[in-house]
Design a protein around this ligand. Structure first.
Ligand code: BV8
Length: 254
């Protein structure tokens, strides 16, 4: 069952013997579940680029349009299940003594697949924030009953509690992600075009701290030439195969 990935023995040994590992994922890990990626061929929405829609400027210019986009994504995601790549990453929490899952995705699929405490660098599409009070709420309506949605406490418009382009990431989130990258012996970079900062810098940070960086992607990216191992293929196939190989090498009958 599954394919035997081509991995140089010295690299495979490090992957198997590591105690502390981390993974950083992007939209590609959810692609096989049916969640559209950002920069793939269907990376536009009503002829607008994500960078325009996922920004405070875009939101203030047309809150209804931006909420229509999020409502469309939320309603799509509400029907979607995690795929085998999400489940393999959740399994890695039992394979390594310490494993941190960092994601750029806001779809919540890692938690649904069993990842216990994902570091959601860009927030979560099911969370909203009152534009007046700053109150953070969970709203699972799909579709939304009202667009734009209002704060139940003060009736002010709420925004998605998501980090938009040009907005700073939460300092605690950044700290957790940075610590996980620095302390990892193996750092997996899965399904991301590695263009969005500061998430895209985590692989380099890990490598500068002697971590082995393993990239899993359908195609080459700006970091492929500098990683220690590039596994080309769909994460929903490659990650379960890799997990099986690690478990077998550790003597488990899988
Ligand atoms: C900030 C939430 C600073 C929205 C998102 C240098 C330093 C700091 C900032 C910058 C910088 N240079 C530029 C910037 C600005 C900007 C940025 O990075 N721009 C890019 C476009 C150049 N960064 C920011 O604005 C960040 N803020 O740094 O603030 C600051 C400092 C002081 C004061 C004020 C501000 C905030 C960035 C966060 C933006 N929000 N998401 C939402 O989701 O609605 S980012 C958005 O892009 C998503 O989170 C997405 O995950 C992320 C990255 O995209 P990917 O996940 O990689 O998805 P993509 O489609 O691109 O690629 C998919 C990949 O998967 C492909 O490689 C494909 O081959 C692969 N794939 C497909 N299928 C599969 C697969 N792989 C495996 N298996 C498959 N089946």
């Amino acid at each position: 069952m599954g394919t035997q990935l081509e991995i140089p023995p010295s690299i495979f040994e490090k992957i198997v013997n590591a105690k502390v590992a981390a993974a950083m994922t992007g939209a590609g890990v959810s692609a096989e579940s049916g969640v559209p990626t950002f920069r793939g061929e269907n990376g536009l929405w009503r002829n607008r680029r994500p960078e325009e829609l996922a920004s405070m400027e875009g939101f203030l210019d047309d809150p209804r349009l931006v909420w229509d986009w999020y409502d469309w994504r939320r309603t799509t995601i509400a029907e979607i299940n995690p795929n085998d790549g999400h489940y393999a990453l959740a399994e890695m929490e039992t394979v390594y003594d310490e494993f941190t899952l960092i994601t750029q995705n806001v779809d919540g699929l890692h938690a649904l697949a069993g990842s216990r405490d994902p570091v959601e660098m860009h927030g979560n599409i099911w969370h909203t924030r009152c534009m007046k009070e700053g109150t953070i709420m969970e709203n699972r309506e799909a579709p939304l009953k009202r667009i734009p949605p209002l704060c139940p406490n003060c009736n002010t418009m709420v925004r998605p509690h998501i980090i938009w382009f040009g907005e700073e990431l939460d300092t605690d989130v950044l700290k957790r992600a940075g610590e996980a990258a620095r302390s990892s012996e193996v750092f997996f970079v899965v399904g991301t075009s590695s263009v969005v900062q500061p998430a895209a810098s985590l692989a380099g940070l890990a490598q500068r701290n002697n971590s082995l960086v393993v990239e899993v992607n359908l195609e080459r990216t700006p970091i492929t030439d500098s990683v220690d191992l590039f596994l080309q293929g769909p994460s929903g196939v490659v990650l379960p195969d890799l997990l099986r190989m690690i478990c077998r090498a550790r003597g488990f009958d899988v």
